[in-house]
Design a protein around this ligand. Structure first.
Ligand SMILES: [Zn+2]
Length: 140
């Protein structure tokens, strides 16, 4: 099922407000999160419009989490964060997605919850493309 208003179902305008496409993986869609005060922050979304991962079949869910592990490993290799936070909320956007947020000791959010979108460091499309390329190349 697809929702025409949904950023992860192909609504490019909705997506452009916060995200930039990196690639389609085997079981998920990967995006740069334009707010990059935590370097390497991305969003991993399911291919179909599920409210959350409990609606997936076992096979889909296992595939989705396998892709999430691949992304996390790529982020570790590229940016060497001290920790990666995995956050899924979806109070308002009902398409299963996780925020993968690399955290760095010494940064103001380390040891606490990351801001949903602090707006402190928003990349333009050109800078997003560079980051997307870097991450795409680091994926197995
Ligand atoms: Zn959707």
């Amino acid at each position: 099922m697809k929702d025409p208003n949904c950023a992860y179902c192909g609504n490019e305008e909705a997506l452009a407000a916060f995200g930039y496409p990196i690639c389609e993986m085997d079981n998920a869609l990967l995006y740069v999160f334009k707010e990059q005060s935590n370097k390497g922050r991305v969003i991993l979304a399911s291919k179909d419009h599920y409210d959350d991962f409990t609606e997936m079949s076992d096979e889909e869910r296992n595939g989705f989490f396998a892709d999430m592990a691949k992304v996390a490993k790529a982020l570790r290799k590229l940016y060497e964060p001290d920790k990666i936070n995995f956050g899924a909320f979806g109070d308002t956007g009902h398409h299963c997605h996780f925020h993968l947020v690399p955290k760095y000791k010494g940064s103001e959010e380390f040891g606490g919850m990351f801001a949903m979108n602090s707006g402190k460091l928003i990349l333009d499309d050109e800078a997003c493309a560079v980051l997307a390329n870097e991450i795409r190349n680091a994926l197995e």
